[in-house]
Design a protein around this ligand. Structure first.
Ligand SMILES: [Zn+2]
Length: 329
C-alpha cells in the first residue's frame, strides 16, 4: 500500500527520513536544541536588517502540510542582509510549523522548551542564479525563524495570515495575498542565535544559515484556534486495537443520505469526566488535506471490499491479522 514517503509517524518520521533522503543523516541537520547558557557570543557578528517591499507579496497557499505565503523573488525586491550573511538574500516565502497543541509546534527547542509554533522566512542567495541552484550551496539559503507563543498580548499582524487560512482549507488551494510586509511580524528585539544547518523537511539540504530570533511573538489562543489543526494527525485518536465492525448505512443527520460505509472500532477510547464537560457544545475539525495514504492499508482495502452491493445492512466482523483475505484484486 502506498505510504507517504516522509511524514511524522513512527514508520515514516524524522528518524527514518534518511532511508529515502540520505542527507537527513548528515552532520549539519536541523532543527537543533539550543541551550542558551552554552551559546558562544561572537563579537564579529553584526546586526541583521530586512528591507521588504510589501508589493512583493503574491499568494498564500495550502500545500497539505502548512500554509505558505509566496513572494516575488525575480529581483532584489525584498532582501535580508547583515548578521552572519555576506551579501543580500532574497525573500522567497514564509510558512508556519504548528503543533497539535499549544505547547508542541516549534521545530527548534530552546532550553528544553518547544513553542506553540515557529514561523520560517526563507531567503536565497542570488549569486547562485536561482533557488534550485542555491539549495546546492552551503551559503545558498538564509532562514529567519520566529517563535510563536500563546499569550495575552497577541500580535495583531498575525491575524491576517490566520484569517486567510479560512480561504485555503483544502490541499493545493491558493488565494491572492497582496500588499503584505512580513517585517511587521518581527519581535521588538533583533537578538538572534545563528548556526549553519539544514532544511527541516526532506531532502534536508545542508544549505541554511539559520537566524533564530530570541524573543518570541505572541498569538492569542483564539488566533490559534483554527491554525493548530494545520498539523494535526487524527490517527492519534485511534484505540490500540484496529478491530472493527462494518455495515453500509446512512448519515445520522438529515437528509440522511445512504452512502456511508461505517467502520466502527470495537475498542473505545477513554476520556475523563472533565473532558466530557468541556465538550458539551459540539465541535468538528475540518481536514484541509484528507490524506488517504495515512489510512492504515487494511482499512482502505476493507472499505472497498465490505460494501454490500444490495445495500442491505450487513454486519461483518473483521479480526485483525488477516490482511491477505482483505485484498480483493
Ligand atoms: Zn520551515
Amino acid at each position: 500500500m502506498a505510504q507517504s514517503v516522509w511524514g511524522y509517524d513512527s514508520d515514516n518520521g524524522p528518524e527514518r527520513w534518511h532511508e529515502n533522503y540520505p542527507l537527513a543523516k548528515g552532520d549539519k541537520q536541523s532543527p537543533i536544541e539550543i541551550n542558551s547558557k552554552e551559546v558562544q557570543h561572537d563579537p564579529s557578528l553584526s546586526s541583521w536588517h530586512a528591507s521588504y517591499d510589501p508589493g512583493a507579496a503574491k499568494t498564500i497557499l495550502n500545500n497539505g502540510r502548512t500554509c505558505r505565503v509566496v513572494f516575488d523573488d525575480t529581483f532584489d525586491r525584498s532582501v535580508l542582509r547583515g548578521g552572519p550573511l555576506t551579501g543580500a538574500y532574497r525573500l522567497r516565502q514564509l510558512h508556519l510549523h504548528w503543533g497539535s497543541s499549544d505547547e508542541h509546534g516549534s521545530e527548534h527547542v530552546i532550553d528544553g522548551v518547544k513553542y506553540a509554533a515557529e514561523l520560517h522566512m526563507v531567503h536565497w542567495n542570488p549569486k547562485h542564479g536561482n533557488f534550485a541552484g542555491a539549495l546546492k550551496q552551503p551559503d545558498g539559503v538564509a532562514v529567519v525563524g520566529i517563535f510563536l507563543k500563546v499569550g495575552n498580548t497577541p500580535k495583531p499582524e498575525m491575524k491576517r495570515i490566520l484569517e486567510e487560512i479560512e480561504n485555503i482549507k483544502t490541499k493545493g488551494k491558493e488565494a491572492p495575498f497582496l500588499h503584505f510586509d512580513p517585517s511587521i511580524l518581527f519581535p521588538k528585539s533583533r537578538d538572534y542565535w545563528t548556526y549553519h544547518g539544514s532544511f527541516t523537511t526532506p531532502p534536508c539540504e545542508e544549505c541554511i544559515t539559520w537566524i533564530l530570533l530570541r524573543e518570541p511573538i505572541e498569538v492569542s489562543s483564539d488566533q490559534g484556534k483554527e491554525a493548530p489543526f494545520l498539523h494535526f494527525d487524527p490517527s492519534i485518536l485511534f484505540p490500540k486495537s484496529r478491530d472493527y465492525w462494518t455495515y453500509h448505512g446512512s448519515f445520522t443527520t438529515p437528509p440522511c443520505e445512504e452512502c456511508i460505509t461505517w467502520i466502527l472500532l470495537r475498542e473505545p477510547i477513554e476520556v475523563s469526566s472533565d473532558q466530557v464537560n468541556s465538550s458539551q457544545s459540539c465541535c468538528s475539525v475540518t481536514f484541509l488535506a484528507v490524506d488517504s495514504e495515512k489510512l492504515p492499508s487494511e482499512w482502505t482495502v476493507g472499505m472497498g471490499c465490505k460494501t454490500d452491493p444490495d445495500n442491505q445492512v450487513l454486519l461483518q466482523e473483521q479480526e485483525q491479522g488477516s490482511d491477505d483475505e482483505l485484498f480483493c484484486g
